[in-house]
Design a protein around this ligand. Structure first.
Ligand code: HSE
Length: 401
């Protein structure tokens, strides 16, 4: 029997307990041993929960219990999760976490600490919920140079954008629904302003290049400025607006960004709707590969955490190498990144816009009046900013095709 402890008994933590109970036998077969939860640390009481007897408010009850070999950390945030995880590794316990804030900020350090002690620090659930993407990047796509990662990495915003596009829902009611379903972060800003996707693309880019990508260096824009009119134009273009986290290698530099992107109907990401996530990876020898599945929610995320626990059981006494050094990867200047832009200006600025941009292709939606909308040629971000400085831009969205 292998005993584990869970710290943080919220949506994901309770999901881990449930998955371990539901699939107890098949999990034991795969791990080679039965896995049981011995203690759960949370500040709250859960009187009617099947795990109520396992609850403690003292984290040390888990750390000091020598029978507990693996800690599952599902608290979220870095304080006190970082201190807890570090003390677990120092106490000789492997850690499996779903906590993207923790991994984005301290991933390389915690991997190093695990390595020094022949332990493991696994974080499959930190990106893409139930979708396997960390392990494939770390262990399967090792023959390739990664040229591009482009992902729908946040279920809540994808849910909102899908509702806005399909049903004409307003932003606030779609967000409320996502919160009720347990997809959203406690602070919805983290989802809708793109901060959550930013941490996730920072983690994936760090793994792709084996170096530390600081999430603070990534230009991040959320979906709060996307309107019904943008959706109408997207339809006219046979495209969809998606919040995309991307990093790509161009001329020896890596550029990364989180922003809404127009994705045309021929791209596989176009059909990724609702809470689903997908991560599209381009390797220099493999070509394109895409990972698709439920990117948020209790059981899908818990499934990824439990898969990590099984891996940690199978690799007791062996550190599974994860290439992620603390050396900082300096990202390319975002003003130098090349993009095409969809732009909306008031109709009376049509001449001015054409003067600034030259050759543009007009976009017409029969639902929107009084505007001139167009798509630019490919240009540097910096140049785009310069050309729009005298225009009253209603909105602009980068074009992914
Ligand atoms: N709030 C996150 C999302 C949860 O909506 O994707 C999963 O990380």
């Amino acid at each position: 029997m292998v005993y584990i402890g869970i710290v943080g008994y919220g949506t994901v933590g309770s999901g881990v307990y449930e998955v371990l109970r539901t699939n107890r036998e098949s999990i034991a077969r795969r791990a080679g041993e039965e896995i049981a939860v011995k203690r759960i640390c949370d500040l709250r009481e859960f009187p009617n929960d099947p795990a109520s007897d396992l609850i403690t408010h003292e984290y040390n009850d888990l750390i000091e219990d020598e029978e507990i070999q693996i800690i599952v950390e599902t608290m979220g945030g870095t304080k006190p999760a970082y201190a807890f995880v570090k003390s677990a590794l120092l106490a000789g316990k492997s850690v499996c976490t779903s906590n993207k804030e923790l991994v984005a900020e301290y991933g390389s350090e915690l991997i190093e600490l695990a390595k020094e002690r022949n332990l493991n620090f696994f974080f499959e659930a930190s990106v893409g919920g139930g979708i396997p993407i960390i392990r494939p990047l770390n262990q399967a796509l090792t023959a390739d140079e990664i040229m591009e990662i482009r992902g729908i990495l946040n279920g809540t915003t994808n849910y909102i954008l899908t509702k806005m596009s399909r049903e004409g829902s307003d932003y606030a009611s779609a967000l409320k629904e996502a919160q009720e379903m347990g997809y959203a972060e406690r602070n919805p800003e983290a989802d809708v302003e793109g901060f959550d996707a930013c941490r996730k693309i920072a983690i994936l880019t760090s793994l792709a290049y084996g170096m530390q990508v600081d999430y603070q260096d990534i230009d991040t824009e959320g979906i709060t400025k996307i309107t019904k009119q943008d959706m109408d134009y997207a339809k006219a273009l046979d495209a969809a607006v998606k919040l995309i986290g991307e990093s790509r290698r161009e001329q020896g530099k890596v550029y990364a960004r989180v922003a809404p992107l127009l994705i045309d109907s021929s791209h596989p990401l176009y059909s990724v709707n609702d809470v689903f996530n997908a991560i599209f990876v381009k390797g220099n020898v493999l070509g394109d590969v895409m990972f698709y599945g439920r990117g948020a929610g209790k059981l899908p995320t818990a499934s990824a955490v439990v898969a990590d626990v099984v891996d940690a059981v199978k690799h007791r006494g062996t550190h599974v190498v994860t290439l992620w050094s603390s050396k900082k990867l300096i990202l390319g200047d975002s003003d130098e990144a090349m993009n095409r832009f969809f732009v909306r200006v008031p109709k009376n600025q049509k001449e001015k816009a054409i003067e600034a941009f030259g050759n543009v292709s007009e976009v017409i939606s029969d639902k929107v009046r009084g505007e001139f909308a167009f798509i630019t040629e490919k240009m540097k971000e910096g140049s785009f900013k310069e050309k729009t400085k005298d225009l009253d831009v209603i909105n602009r969205i980068r074009v992914g095709f």
